[in-house]
Write a protein that binds this ligand. Sequence first.
Ligand SMILES: Cc1ccnnc1
Length: 294
Amino acid sequence: AVFKPENVEDFYEIMEVLGSGHFGQVRRACERTSGTCWAAKFMKVRKSACSRLGMDRSSVEREVEILQAVQHQNIVTLKDVFESRAEVVLILELVSGGELFDFIAEKENLLETEAIEFMKQILAGLGFMHSKNIAHFDLKPENIMLSDKVSSHPNIKLIDFGLAHFFNPGEEYRSTSGTPQYIAPEVINCEPLSTAADMWSIGVITYILLSGLSPFQGDSNEETLRNIIAMTYDFDERYFSTTSSMAKDFIQKLLVKNHNDRMTAEECLLHPWIKPLTRKQAANRNRSSINMKT
Ligand SMILES: Cc1ccnnc1
């Protein structure tokens, strides 16, 4: 795939840095014709195969193909792609509400009703991706953005498909990349992966949204990985005393070692914590959130 060879600065005024990660840098970019602002993701492409700097071109092309294949209101949209000799620039939808990570950090942890609102949108975007046989493989609060800070019901946008993968039927895929706190046991064991690996990450993210704690985090990456394999997590009463039993059941049905036994995104959306089946269940959940923390 050949991207636009023109210079991105001929079409966009490049502004402040919005974020940076393993890939490179994201800056606000305002379209010169319309004044509309976007997010420009600058990715260094390595010159020769053996260079360690930058990304190899095929992984950039894969990220572009995947972003073009998934158009959903809870997934960041890709508008344009430019390339120069040493870098590829993705012009992405501007998501300006910051990371869910910072939103939790400010509030320490969320009310169940707030967490459910976010989780519904994360699962809608993820369910859509999984229905197209695409796994994200790097789900974490840093890669979940809020459309804006101010509204009481901010929209969620999944970003950063640098590790995402399209599964061809019957094809086996293994990878050991990802962020230790959020990766599933099968990733650590180098077993064949599936979209179920994302569902494990959803279990970890839900645990963090409700408690502010990370279920498997140790003092080092090695310890974190040992904790995941050993499944050494619990619901510490000091942080979970007011969490509803449905919320804990939701998490327990995702943090399951055998990936075949984990809930799928679709099943999550039907789980009573997310979709209360009876008013009693809803009352039970609301009761627990009323005498909740801050
Ligand atoms: C950091 C970022 C990425 C994509 N869109 N807006 C902001």
